[in-house]
Design a protein around this ligand. Structure first.
Ligand SMILES: *Cc1c(COP(=O)(O)O)cnc(C)c1O
Length: 433
C-alpha cells in the first residue's frame, strides 16, 4: 500500500469524517507528517506556522522536550488505570495545582476527557446542587448570545442559538434562557444598562435558574469577541444578588491565552464552578476538568443520590495528568506574561494595516489572540489556500479570520501569520461577490 500525500487524502475522503463536515468531504484536508516548535510539516514537504495552536491547545508548540519527557516517564510507570476506587500521583498533584492557580474558593476538581464533557459535568453539578438544596425546579441555565460551550447536547443548548444550530436539534435540546451578547467591548466604558436585559431575565426566572454560564472576557468559537471585565464583575454581583451559581467556561481562555492566567482575573472575580481543558495538557492529549467551591460540592453531595452522577472510563488518565502538570509548571516557570505581551504587541502591529481594507469591519487583539472581522463572509477553502501560500496554517470561518499562535511563536513567525491574514482579507473575494 502506498502512502503518498494524494493517496492518503483519497483514503481519508472515503472513510474519515472531519469536524463540521459532510461525508464525503467537500473541503480539502491537508496531510501532516510531523510537527516541531510552532510549525507543522506537511506531507508534500512544506513547513507551515500553526497560527491555530491546534485549536487553542498547543501553547508550548510541538515536540517540546519537557512535555515529551513527561509522557515518556509516565508511560514507563503506567498509561492508565480506572479512577473508580483507585487514585495516583499525577491526578492528585494536578488537582492540587489547579486549585492553587485558579481563582479563590475553587477547591474540588472533577476530571473528564474533553471540554464538552467538562461543561456537561458543570451543568450536572449546578442541577444537583439545587436538588441538594431542595430546589429540583431550579434546573435551567441562563447564558448570553455568541457563546460556545461544546458540541454535546447540554453544552450545545447553551451555545449561541443561531451559530449553534439550535434549529436542527430543537426537539431534543433543553430550552435555556438567552441574554444579549456581553457588552461593551473590551476597553469600552461599562454602565448598568449593559446588564439590564440579563438582570430582567434573572428577576423573571429566578425560581427556575440553576446557574449562569458564560466564557469570561473572550467569547471563542461563537464569535471571537472580547468584552468588558466590568460586565463580568456585574454578572458575578447579579448572580450573588439572585442566589444563582456562576459557571465560568475557561476552556479556551485558560492558561494565559488572554494575557491573564484565567479570563476571570481580568475582572477579579471567582466563579462557583469553572471548566478548563484545551491548553491544560499543552495540546498533547485530551483532558479537561471541572472545578467547584466547597459549597457546591456540599450541595451536590446532599442531593438524593448523595454523589455526582458522572464517571468517564478514562477519568484522571495518568498520561494526560502527567503532561498537564508538566505543561502548567513549564508555563509558570517562565515569564509568560511578558511572552504573551510580546505576541500581543506584534499582532497589533502586524494586523493594523488591514484596518484600511474595504471588507474589514474590525480588528481586535487581546493577549495572544488576533482577530480580523470582515464585513462580508469569505470562502474558507480560498482563504486557506492563500494562507498556505504564505506558509501559514489558519482555519478562518465566515466573517472571522483569526489566530491564536503557540506562545513559542517567534516575532518573525507572528509577522508571517499577520501577513497571511492581511493578504487573505485583501485578495479573497466575499462569498456573495
Ligand atoms: C472548545 C471549547 C469547548 C469544548 O471543548 P472540546 O474539548 O472540544 O469538547 C467548550 N467551551 C469552550 C469555551 C471551548 O472553546
Amino acid at each position: 500500500m502506498t502512502t503518498g500525500p494524494n493517496d492518503l487524502t483519497d483514503r481519508d475522503r472515503s472513510v474519515v469524517w472531519h469536524p463540521y463536515a459532510p461525508m464525503p468531504a467537500t473541503m480539502p484536508v491537508v496531510p501532516v507528517v510531523s510537527a516541531q516548535g510552532a510549525s507543522l510539516t506537511l506531507a508534500d514537504g512544506r513547513v507551515v506556522v500553526d497560527g491555530m495552536s491546534s485549536w487553542w491547545a498547543a501553547i508550548h508548540g510541538y515536540r517540546h522536550p519537557v512535555l515529551d519527557a513527561a509522557v515518556r516517564d509516565q508511560i514507563a510507570d503506567m498509561s492508565h488505570v480506572m479512577f473508580g476506587g483507585l487514585t495516583h500521583g499525577p491526578a492528585v498533584e494536578l488537582a492540587e495545582l489547579l486549585v492553587e492557580i485558579t481563582p479563590d474558593g475553587l477547591q474540588h476538581v472533577f476530571f473528564s476527557d474533553s471540554g464538552s464533557v467538562a461543561v456537561e459535568v458543570a451543568i450536572k453539578m449546578a442541577i444537583q446542587y439545587w436538588a441538594g438544596r431542595g430546589r429540583p425546579d431550579r434546573h435551567r441555565l441562563l447564558t448570553v448570545r455568541s457563546g460556545y460551550h461544546g458540541d454535546t447536547l447540554a453544552a450545545m443548548s447553551v451555545c449561541d442559538p443561531v451559530t449553534g444550530m439550535h434549529q436542527m436539534f430543537s426537539a431534543v435540546l433543553p430550552q435555556q434562557l438567552f441574554g444579549p451578547q456581553p457588552s461593551p467591548v473590551f476597553g469600552a466604558e461599562f454602565d448598568r444598562t449593559h446588564t439590564a436585559a440579563l438582570e430582567q431575565l434573572l428577576d423573571e426566572h429566578r425560581d427556575e435558574i440553576a446557574a449562569v454560564i458564560l466564557e469570561p472576557i473572550v467569547q471563542g468559537a461563537g464569535g471571537m469577541r472580547f468584552y468588558s471585565p466590568a460586565y463580568l464583575a456585574a454578572v458575578r454581583a447579579l448572580c450573588d444578588e439572585h442566589d444563582v451559581l456562576l459557571i465560568a467556561d475557561e476552556i479556551a481562555t485558560g492558561f494565559g491565552r488572554s494575557g491573564k492566567l484565567f479570563g476571570c482575573e481580568h475582572a477579579g472575580i471567582a466563579p462557583d464552578i469553572m471548566c478548563v481543558g484545551k491548553a491544560m495538557t499543552g495540546g498533547y492529549v485530551s483532558m479537561a476538568a471541572t472545578l467547584c467551591t466547597s459549597e457546591v460540592a456540599e450541595g451536590v453531595s446532599k442531593a438524593e443520590s448523595g454523589a455526582l452522577m458522572h464517571g468517564p472510563t478514562y477519568m484522571g488518565n495518568p498520561l494526560a495528568a502527567a503532561v498537564s502538570l508538566a505543561s502548567i509548571r513549564l508555563l509558570l516557570a517562565q515569564p509568560w506574561r511578558a511572552g504573551i505581551g510580546r505576541i500581543e504587541a506584534r499582532l497589533v502591529q502586524g494586523l493594523g494595516s488591514a484596518r484600511a481594507l474595504p471588507n474589514v469591519a474590525d480588528i481586535r487583539v487581546l493577549g495572544a489572540i488576533g482577530v480580523v472581522e470582515t464585513v462580508e463572509a469569505l470562502p474558507m477553502a480560498a482563504m486557506q489556500a492563500v494562507c498556505l501560500e504564505h506558509g501559514v496554517w489558519l482555519r478562518p470561518f465566515g466573517r472571522l479570520v483569526y489566530t491564536m499562535p503557540p506562545y513559542v511563536t517567534t516575532d518573525q513567525e507572528v509577522d508571517r501569520i499577520c501577513a497571511a491574514l492581511v493578504d487573505t482579507v485583501t485578495r479573497v473575494a466575499p462569498v456573495s461577490a
